[in-house]
Write a protein that binds this ligand. Structure first.
Ligand SMILES: Nc1ncnc2c1ncn2[C@@H]1O[C@H](COP(=O)(O)OP(=O)(O)OP(=O)(O)O)[C@@H](O)[C@H]1O
Ligand SMILES: [Mg+2]
Length: 374
């Protein structure tokens, strides 16, 4: 009788403790994952939520399937070394692919454990995507500032000699009785120096942006207007444009012409990315959960193009970085400069296997001490 009572009590305590630990694991803000023989054997609620897969879809799949292709080899090597008893750092950083194709940066802490009496690893993963994005933006801003300084100096020095070359060539064609071939060559000089002057003007727009002329800007209207402009330059019949515009968006303080240029550059890039056929989604969003003291609005342009290869991602905001035969590579550097001038942030996400989403976050309120200048 006493033995039966004891057994009941032990079973009760065991169940209670099981519930307690299950609660802790499922309410953890970190994703918790057990990997055995290279396969996923356990994942808590947080892990399931952050990947977008269901528990059923994710269980028993090789863990490398959930990693960004560029991080797989290194992670697998680390796993084998750890399981083989070799010393490995407990912490590492990599990217996880979500069900929708986008990815998350995570910081992972791993320990060796046993799972159902066999060796396994226990992993605690924390989403650090936001922190990573901020770090990348800070580095980019610093890089752009020094590139800007260099480009401004260079553009300034080149502007005058180019203007002289151009006007001399023009003078010769207009005022001298030149042989046909010579006249043609002078025209070539004139045309090319004009082209170089235009480039320098664009370079200066990135390197030394003009003052901002603030007024109240309706981002929804601006996006629609720029879309109409962009459509005039291409045959949009095989492109599906989707608008996901937040109707309750407040107007924001900004330079309408410059913000329009940002929208146009992003839409043009998206059109070029889908190369005549695909979907382009224009969006605006007011995240009402934002800090009420510092509200931000987001405008985005997403396309179903090929995405941006990892090795290019670091460079797309660099002046003159282009993968297009007729591109100048200044579009995104100008966008970056304009967004920074507005105290906003520009970022992008690429899906797996393709698609790009460019997002611009702009403050809904003007800074008190804004100087309306560079
Ligand atoms: N939506 C996108 N999809 C894929 N790649 C993109 C996208 N947007 C930009 N890129 C990449 O970034 C590069 C730089 O873009 P950026 O707009 O600065 O210059 P560009 O479009 O090449 O030339 P420009 O805008 O001066 O005509 C592009 O050449 C392309 O490789
Ligand atoms: Mg462009």
């Amino acid at each position: 009788m006493e033995l039966e009572q004891d057994f009941k009590e032990t079973t009760f305590r065991l169940r209670e403790s099981q519930i307690k630990y299950k609660n802790i694991v499922n309410n953890s803000t970190d994703a918790i994952v057990v990997i055995q023989d290279g396969f996923l054997k356990f994942i808590n609620l947080r892990g399931v939520e952050s990947t977008g897969f269901s528990q059923h879809e994710i269980m028993n799949v090789p863990f490398t399937d959930l990693l960004h292709p560029d991080d797989r080899d290194e992670a697998l090597e680390r796993y084998h070394r750890r399981m083989g008893g070799k010393h490995q750092p407990t912490e590492n950083i990599f990217r996880i692919i979500k069900k929708d194709g986008s990815f998350l940066w995570v910081e992972n802490r791993t320990v060796k454990t046993t799972w159902q009496d066999r060796p396994a690893t226990l992993n605690f993963l924390r989403d650090i995507s936001q922190q990573k994005r901020m770090e990348e933006m800070m580095i980019r801003s610093e890089k752009m500032a020094s590139l800007g300084q260099l480009s401004a100096g260079l553009a300034h020095e080149l502007r005058n000699p180019l203007a002289v070359i151009s006007s001399c060539a023009q003078f010769c064609t207009e005022n001298m009785d030149l042989e046909h071939l010579v006249a043609e060559n002078f025209q070539v000089i004139h045309r090319n120096s004009q082209r170089a002057s235009k480039l320098i003007k664009e370079l200066l727009a990135f390197a030394r942006p003009d003052r901002l002329h603030y007024k109240s800007v309706d981002l929804n209207q601006l996006l629609e207007k720029m879309l109409r402009m962009a459509k005039m330059e291409v045959d949009p019949s095989h492109i599906t444009f989707v608008k996901q515009l937040d109707k309750g968006l407040p107007e924001i303080p900004g330079d309408e012409e410059k913000l329009g240029q940002v929208c146009l550059n992003l839409i043009q890039n998206a059109i070029q990315a889908v190369s005549g056929k695909g979907n382009i989604t224009l969006g605006t969003r007011w995240d009402r959960t934002d800090d009420p003291m510092d509200p931000m609005l987001e405008l985005s342009v997403a396309d179903t193009g090929p995405g941006i290869p990892t090795e290019h991602q670091k460079h797309i905001f660099d002046p003159f970085f282009t993968t297009k035969s007729n591109g100048t590579g200044l579009g995104l550097s100008i966008c970056h400069a304009i967004v920074e001038q507005h105290h906003g942030l520009i970022s992008f996400e690429c899906g797996e296997p393709g698609g790009t989403r460019m997002a611009v976050r702009l403050p809904a309120k003007k800074e008190e001490n804004d100087r309306e200048s560079t």
